[in-house]
Design a protein around this ligand. Structure first.
Ligand SMILES: Nc1ncnc2c1ncn2[C@@H]1O[C@H](COP(=O)(O)OP(=O)(O)OP(=O)(O)O)[C@@H](O)[C@H]1O
Length: 619
């Protein structure tokens, strides 16, 4: 595949910072990879090129493409990473300068969640607020200046957030750990406050490439500036029309103000859409035109014959049934569109339910994407917690989980006793060891607790995959799982998950790199089994970056899409909702169907304002 002339111009430009303002389907990833390869041809050392991707999966794909294109080995592309993964490399290298003792523990989603719930209990806050407090703290950190953020928003649901933040950070410090956001925050501080380290990286990185630049937050912007050397070799690619992460702190203004920040910046546009037929591209362009404050671009496609249609239904059940019938028909008709080339996308997760039901009834194969992260599944958490508790003896959160999994009679009351035994700075695991040593427990509990500690000691220095097998064998985990699951199918699926986990772990030689990688995986899309067949059922956020022949955008109703929270939040949030609709529409190559229902979940619903606007564009 040849690069288009627009792509080619962007790729060959050097000498000043460049911003690539790219449309949907315009081949951003391809351009970025071609740029990397061009730099190698120009004599740049690939080990010194920092290429930032949005997900770990994208980094992996970019590395494989580069290996194929250049014939070089994987270790040559050691800085093709996400912001989090790149920052973790730097943080680990210099963590003692920030007062950490290596190895630093990266908290997983589960551990973060458990920690914040503990703090809720300690502060008499209802645990139902835990996830919202966590996202609030995350926004504060990603703003780049948490305390300033709290000064502006000191109270959240009557909770003094700065206090919770301080307690949360204190616990992380005790654990010698960082959460996902701290990886960026601490690295930013490291680079900002330690000139020698900053200079070392600036001298090392000869070029910085950033993908999905429209979705960077303030911290990521700071990091990019701090890492950029005097050469100012910066190449950022993105599409401000697809900026959809404002709700979690991304700031599209970094993209919009690029040429103000870098006065000599060169702006390139990629306007040809290689994915969608022009009929779809033009309607999507017209819709996004309703948004003020955006970069000018004139997206087009040479492909013809696209279909954009709008349908309304009495209820969500009718809508789902029509979609199922249409999908079956399209699969059978003419040459037939394969099920895995079709997708049903929606604004919020709950919309998938009627579709799951009807697809099962109509025997339409489907895959529910972004449902529950692989690493958040109960059985995966159990096994990983054993590894984490073994490797990080200060990890109380994991120890608490494994000490009574499978059930050993060491319940919450016993944990409380353990917690009371410890002095400040001692972990629960240390306390447990003292209790065993001093023989203060009943014989049965003594024996059971000793067993857990023995297992942890036994696996501590093992490679991750054999350690998992050891845990399963020594705890009788499969027997426990079989008893715990309600159906045979559930048992088989959980067992398969563990087998998959062990298989994945085999690629890692040591415990630390395995645990770090597991903790870094966050994105909905990261752990999808993209090989499986079936119609994709997914949120628009999960669909970002993907493409399908046929797309059904369902649930296009006011207060659902745009979401009521964005309607209440005002114009900026509404503009982001419109960009989400733009993302949804531009996933389609040939057939785009937009549907809405008069009743959803039994409640009356008005058609989305976007439906009205799209109808105008179609007229
Ligand atoms: N020069 C080219 N000629 C033909 N096809 C191309 C070219 N560049 C990219 N493509 C194809 O266009 C499609 C879209 O590319 P890609 O998914 O990289 O776009 P994108 O810019 O990341 O899109 P989006 O932001 O909408 O997710 C892919 O199928 C890709 O193979």
């Amino acid at each position: 595949m040849q690069l288009s002339s627009q792509q080619q111009q962007a790729v060959t430009h050097t000498g000043s910072p460049a911003l690539i303002v790219a449309g949907a389907g315009s081949g951003k990833t391809r351009t970025l990879t071609a740029k990397f390869s061009h730099l190698i041809d120009q004599g740049y050392d690939p080990r010194k090129i920092l290429a930032i991707t949005f997900t770990n999966k994208a980094a992996q794909e970019m590395k494989s493409r580069l290996m194929t294109m250049t014939g070089l080995s994987q270790d040559r592309f050691q800085w093709v990473r996400t912001f989090h993964s790149a920052c973790l490399m730097m943080l680990k290298q210099h963590c003692t300068r920030l007062g950490y003792v290596p190895p630093v523990q990266v908290l997983s989603v589960y551990q973060q969640d458990k920690l914040i719930k503990e703090l809720c209990v300690a502060n008499n806050i209802d645990k139902k607020y835990a996830s919202r407090i966590l996202s609030f703290l995350s926004r504060a950190k990603n703003s780049g200046n948490p305390h300033q953020f709290f000064d502006r928003k000191p109270v959240f649901f009557n909770i003094r957030t700065a206090d919770i933040f301080d307690q949360y950070e204190e616990r992380l410090k005790q654990m010698n750990g960082v959460d996902f956001d701290n990886i960026l925050l601490k690295t930013r501080d490291l680079l900002k406050e330690h000139e020698d380290i900053r200079k070392e990286y600036q001298a090392w990185f000869s070029y910085i490439l950033v993908d999905e630049y429209q979705d960077t937050n303030n911290l990521q912007e700071d990091l990019t500036s701090l890492l950029l050397g005097a050469h100012r070799n910066l190449f950022c690619v993105g599409d401000d029309w697809q900026a959809v992460y404002g709700f979690r702190g991304s700031n599209v203004n970094h993209f919009l103000r690029f040429s103000k920040k870098y006065r000599d910046a060169k702006i390139f546009r990629l306007e040809e859409n290689f994915r969608s037929a022009n009929e779809i591209v033009q309607v999507a362009n017209d819709l996004i035109d309703y948004n003020p404050d955006k970069m000018d671009k004139h997206c087009f496609s040479h492909k013809k014959g696209g279909v954009v249609e709008i349908y309304d239904f009495l209820s969500d059940a009718h809508e789902a049934e029509w979609v199922a019938r249409r999908i079956k028909a399209m699969n059978r008709q003419g040459q037939g569109i394969a099920y895995d080339r079709m997708a049903v996308v929606y604004r919020t997760k709950f919309c998938s339910l009627p579709f799951e039901k009807i697809f099962r009834a109509f025997r339409v194969p489907y895959r529910l994407m972004g449902a529950q992260g692989f690493f958040e599944r109960m059985e995966v958490l159990d096994i990983n917690s054993y590894l984490s508790a073994a490797f990080f003896p200060n990890d109380d959160l994991s120890f608490e989980r494994v000490v009574n999994t499978p059930k050993r009679g060491i319940g919450p009351a016993m944990i409380k006793k353990m917690a009371a035994m410890r002095n400040t700075g001692t972990s629960l695991q240390d306390a447990a060891r003292i209790m065993v040593k001093e023989r203060v427990l009943t014989p049965k509990i003594h024996e059971n607790l000793s067993r857990v500690l023995e297992i942890l000691d036994c696996i501590r220095d093992m490679a991750p995959a054999p350690a998992m097998e050891e845990v399963i064998a020594q705890t009788g985990y499969y027997e426990y799982l079989e008893k715990k699951t309600k159906t045979k199918a559930e048992w088989i699926s959980k067992k398969e998950n563990i087998e998959q986990l062990i298989h994945t772990a085999r690629t890692k030689a040591d415990m630390l790199s395995y645990l770090e990688e597991a903790a870094l995986i966050r994105e909905d899309k990261e752990d999808e089994d993209t090989d499986s067949d079936g119609v994709a059922l997914l949120t628009i956020h999960s669909a970002k970056g993907l493409e399908f022949d046929t797309v059904f955008v369902v649930g296009c109703e006011e207060r659902l899409f745009p979401h009521w929270r964005s309607i209440d939040d005002g114009d900026a949030a509404l503009a982001e909702e419109r960009r989400l609709m733009y993302v949804a529409m531009t996933r389609a190559e040939r057939f785009l169907y937009l549907t809405h229902a008069n009743y959803r979940k039994g409640e009356f619903a008005m058609p989305s304002r976007f439906i009205g606007q799209i109808k105008e564009c179609l007229d």
